[in-house]
Each structure stands twice: as C-alpha cells, then as structure tokens.
Design a protein around this ligand. Sequence first.
Ligand code: SF4
Length: 374
Amino acid sequence: MKPYLPILPFLAKYPFLKLAGKFLEFEYGNLDSILKSNDDLVLSAKELGIKIVKSVLEGKICPEIEALKDLNEPFLCEECGVKGCRYKAEDELDRFRFCDYPLHQSEIYYKKLKLAKRIVVAYIFSKIAVSNLNEALRHKFAVREARRYREMLEKESVSFLRVVARDFGIRAKVVDGSFKVDVVDYLKGAVKIKAEEWKLVNRRLEDGFVFLSRREFVRLLEEYLRERLGERIGIKMDLGVRFEAKFEEIDVKDLGIKAECYPPCMKKILSDLRNGLNVPHSARFAIASFLLNIGMSVEDVVEIFRTAPDFDEEKTRYQVEHIAGQRGKGQEYICPSCETMKSYGNCYADDKCSKINHPIQYYLRCVKRKNSKT
Ligand code: SF4
C-alpha cells in the first residue's frame, strides 16, 4: 500500500486542503507531536513556514514555494485501474489512504512523501504565525495567497478541481466541461464577489444548481480559500517572530474588489462597455489599468471587454497583459490621474471628487470609509 500517493504532489502544492490534516494525522499521530518534535524535517519546515509568511507580507513568494508551481504531476487516480481501490468509500477523500497504485520504484514514493510532509508541516507553522497577526495583516496574507493558489488551480485537471471542491464541502458536478454548483454553496462564495455577473439573478440556475465556466469555478474556489487562509487557528505558540510593526501598511490590491467604490469615471466606462458602446482607447486604457491596479486579474479584466462591439479576445488579452506588466518591460501601468482623465473627456466627477486628484485615491477613500463602518 502507498498511502496518499495520488495526492502527495498536490498536498505539497495545496497544503491548505483539509485532506492534508488527515495525511499528517496518519504520518505523525497528532498535531502536538509535530509541534513538540525535534525532528530535522519538522525544524526546517518550521523555518520555512515563517519564511512563507514573511515573504507574502513583503509581496514576494519564497523560492521554494514558487518552484512548486512547476510540479506538474499527473493525478494518478485518472489513470488507475487497481481493483479494490476504495473509491466508493463513504468519505470519498479517504480513498487516497488506501492507495495501491502499482508504482514500482519506492524511492519515487518516498521522495514525494518527504516533500509533502515538509510543505504541509511548514503550512501548519505558517498558519500559527498568521493566527498571531492582526486582522489587517491576516487579510493581506489571505488575499495574496488565495490569488497565488487560484493561478495554479487554473492549470489543474477537472478531477483535481473536484477534489478541492469536495474538500471545501462544495457540492459540484461537471457536465460537458461546465461546472454546476449547488446554489447554497455558490452563494457562500459569490456574495463576496461584487461584480454584477456574480449576482444570482444574472446566472443560469437549474434544479438548484448554478452553471459556471471552469474559470468562474476556480474564481469561486478562491473566495472559499481566502476565508480558510485568513482564519485563526486555536494554537498559541511563540514562534519568536513579530511581523506587525514592519508590515502595517495596506496595499490597495489587498482590499479586495469593491465595485460600489469605483469612481464615477470608471463606472461610466464600465456601463458604456456593458451597453456595447464603442469606448475610446483612452477610456479603455483607463479602466483596464484602474482595475488591474486595484487587484483584478488579467482574466477578469479581459472578460469586461467581452461586450465591446469590436472585441477580439487575443488582442485584448495581449493589451491587458501589457498594461499588467506581464509583457514588454515588465512594469505595470498606473491608471491616469484625474487631470489626464479630464483632458481626454473621461471625467464624470461627483461631489466626492472635490478633494481628490486620482481615481485610485477616490477608490481607497471609499473602501476605508466603508471598512470603518463595519
Ligand atoms: S475627478 Fe477623478 S475620480 Fe472623479 S470622475 Fe473625474 S477622473 Fe474620475
């Protein structure tokens, strides 16, 4: 038997899975024995866990974690023909524990096992470190990490995405490449996404299931994930590090997308695009750079242009990636100032615009106002 074999590379890439907890329990017995262990693997994983949190708060990814995104191992269950696999076990995720996949070189198995153990234990320590942070920093950490995981999940197979959904308790089916998500589970994640197309009235709903494209499904997972990553766990442990003083500053990208706080100029451009009007180049640049600056993904920005009368997906993606700094000199463009917006006839100032000189400033003030009321 090779317990957890099909999922080991995925536990290393996605240690937030509850399944990782089951795996650790199997390997170490209980959490206490990990926390008190002087084992070399545990000690170095502890160091890595702290490094992960520090890097994320600095807006970086530590190299060992960055390298995991290239770990493109197949999901063995997709090709497995082993009779007697407990695929139909009551808890579907339990089946990994009884894996008997015919892998003939045991050193491959032990290599995968060692990596999974290291990263999952590092995740536990990073979780303890995050639990000790104040709310703003926990939010910052969760938003950044959820975004990173979403980018990796976008490249995973449908079978694995179903494992992730199940781990979050999301009831989902896959029909002809589209996902159908139980409406209650859909709403739990979608209520936190402000864009119009996520409102239930704008979705196809049949027999209690909401239809989502693969990309939208992964976006929904990101919301669940953000919640999980920002949760506190009830373990008090002094890891000998303090993050607060150094990382207090909040980045606009970490505030989440709050459509109700878009300035009037951006609302006007968005409404023109939605109505299929031909929006001038200066306004297209302004809305794309604005949305990217506040943290929207390239994919979501490309979708916004879909209703433009001359929409060309390839061209749009190229331009949006360029503005995001993923092409050319690798530098992200900043949204134009109010003065530039005015000079191009793209300004639609309201009374809240009187003391601001940049659309991002308008957005930040609005989000801060709203956050201070909650
Ligand atoms: S003043 Fe600035 S933020 Fe307000 S509508 Fe004009 S360009 Fe937009």
